[in-house]
Design a protein around this ligand. Sequence first.
Ligand code: ZN
Length: 184
Amino acid sequence: MNEINAQELIKKLLQYIGEDPDREGLVDTPERVVASYEKLFSGYKQRPEDVLTVFGDESYDEMIVVRDIEFYSMCEHHMLPFFGKVQVGYIPDGKIIGLSKIPRLVEIFARRLQNQERMTSQIAKALYDILKPKGVGVIVEAQHFCMMARGVEKQGSTVTTSALQGLFKRELTTRSEFLRHVGK
Ligand code: ZN
């Protein structure tokens, strides 16, 4: 499907909800919606292995934690936003990555239709598989527009998910250290 077809569908959707797609404020809306999808769903065009370029640093073997990575995603059930923060920790095994690469990895998985559980484990698994560290921990806290606006749950409630790999899964002390770093 091309951009023009997609814009036509948005126009139909506007009619469906009872709008006049030809009124002044809405004339360019289909074009804008489709353009915004370029960003919101840009994750489909990127692969984690392209972002996670690894370099060797044999000397550092302590836990590395990147806190409060903001993300914006779209839930696959309603195509409505969910958004929040990601905490990522790992213990290197001879290889580290640039710290800015971790937020980029989060972006790749967030900029798709997602559910929070899968997004959390995809981030952890990609780091674990590509970097091959001793362990990885990922915690995602998010608010879901579909819960907030549709009145299914209390407004402002936060959903927390976590995914642990390697030492983070096996060793209580490692897990506790991670939780302490991220203030849990
Ligand atoms: Zn939803």
